[in-house]
Design a protein. Structure first.
Lengths: 311, 311
């Protein structure tokens, strides 16, 4: 009955339907349930892993609809808080010929409070997973620090998605410094090259891996986009090519990767073998349009990708 | 060189493109530049009246695009503030078979500050116009009260759009009470029946008019939708039927009405004759799809509607 606690932002993404130079020019948007923790819980659910979300949305039509969406999937939302005043946090994203522009309108996610019953929230938890969003606001950061203390006291391992963007840290100007400190207690961190660059500045993949370890992370998976990923346990580094045979849609590939890794770790696999599962999950997402497509079981994914003999 | 000062919210409206039962079900939205003060400034500009806006948007793609939109029309935005942290306020609206549902995500509009140079802002001002939005938040309310004092000291007449909805006043629970007090110094108030009902509770049109006068408003225009409007100077009440010959789109009709009334008052007409101009402007908006259609001159509107002999 092991479970994964997932802490962080549930967001509404509003993505422009037309391609624009500037987000301000966009005149129509599509609405998506988003935020890495929501995607992760959903992927874990697809793989048959129970998770429990700690998050905060507004008591508004979007927050209520998101909760309903998660409940319909069978995800435990009993620790998702509803703020009576702040709105559900939103991210507007432009479709663009170059890099997409985004603008975060933060509300309830910043105001995350402690779980009303921390013992019950942490019951049967093997891993607790954090993103950087709750670390960027004062109140939610305090909650995360308390949960880290609880996890360290009770032997719960900490996984961390360092999806750091300086622009989200307007109030606390200590973003990368705080994140480096946070790494001290982390069992596994999975940065992309962009994340690593935002935290440590320009560098080479092996330098980044070394820096994450030096900051305290026990295991590091550095993702390199189409070039695959590099996995390190601090003793050896293994490079894993992406198993995706075609690129259809990379949205949500990172969260899918996490779900496969956590599936492996929960099953007692080491970080290298677990990363292979993560790679399958990400590969499946990349080969299919839209993150709403249900992830097949790990066995089915093995069959799909091993038959393809992608390595 | 007389001008009108317009104080209040510049909003981004996001209106669902599909008809839904609940706003949370809406999956796509169109973006519009909105907020009654922005619409009013735009209508006044169409009629050749100079206005100056006091408002606050976020320094985000939406706020910047809205300012650019106003500037392109030639509207003075030198007193529109840009908040560095809070986002441009937004309103999500559902298209619905019954009444549209809305959800306001307020940001910068609540944080309105005093004009950096109040004498320059109030220079050559004949009327200062308020909506209820800035009255609903503590900081912006203080700014309004200072401007009212300044107006009373300098003989600037106050017009007031009592577009009150209790749901916007979550922090200050004194909505209708405060509005009734605010009416004390008002030269002209133009409520709809819905506004009057929100402020005074259920009642008949003549009762509402009496209550607005008793609260201090010198002139009252009560709009009754398709039934037209009732105009009162405290001595007599005139009923004015709507001049719209067909109903295409009622969006923005109220703000158009205001612009015609203010055109008349600036030209020295009394409230009854000014209301006829307001009626023309509203009629034109109602007969045309979209508030982006430029309002013709009052002379042209006269020709359009008097030729139709609508009275």
């Amino acid at each position: 009955m092991s479970r994964i606690a997932v802490v962080g932002e549930l967001l509404i993404d509003l993505i422009s339907t037309n391609t624009v130079k500037d987000l301000g020019e966009a005149t129509s948007f599509r609405r998506f349930f988003a935020g890495s923790p929501g995607n992760l819980a959903s992927n874990l659910n697809d793989l048959g892993i129970e998770s429990i979300l700690l998050s905060r949305v507004g008591n508004d039509p979007f927050g209520r609809a998101y909760l309903e969406h998660l409940r319909l999937k069978g995800i435990d939302t009993s620790f998702v808080q509803q703020d009576q005043e702040a709105h559900t946090s939103m991210v507007f994203v432009s479709r663009s010929q170059s890099s997409p522009q985004f603008s975060a309108f933060r509300g309830a996610d910043c105001l995350l409070e402690e779980p009303y019953d921390i013992d019950s929230f942490m019951k049967d938890i093997d891993f607790i997973h954090f993103t950087t969003w709750p670390l960027s606001c004062e109140r939610s950061r305090e909650v995360c620090c308390k949960l880290v203390d609880y996890a360290l006291r009770t032997g719960v391992r900490i996984t961390f998605d360092p999806n750091y963007r300086q622009i989200l840290w307007t109030h606390n100007q200590d973003g990368s410094e705080f994140i480096i400190g946070f790494l001290e207690n982390v069992f596994l961190v999975k940065p992309s090259e962009d994340d690593a660059n935002e935290i440590f500045g320009p560098g080479e993949p092996l330098d980044y891996i070394r820096k994450f370890h030096e900051s305290g992370a026990k295991n590091v998976i550095l993702t390199l986009g189409q070039k695959g990923s590099m996995i390190s346990d601090g003793n050896r580094v293994v490079t894993l090519p992406s198993c995706a045979r075609r690129v259809v849609d990379t949205t949500g590939a990172g969260d899918a990767f996490w779900s496969g890794v956590l599936f492996g770790l929960l099953g007692g696999k080491d970080i290298f073998e677990s990363a292979v599962y993560g790679n399958y999950c990400a590969g499946f997402r990349i080969e299919h349009e839209g993150k709403e497509v249900i992830l097949p079981s790990i066995d089915a994914l093995k069959a799909i990708f091993e038959a393809g003999d992608y390595l």
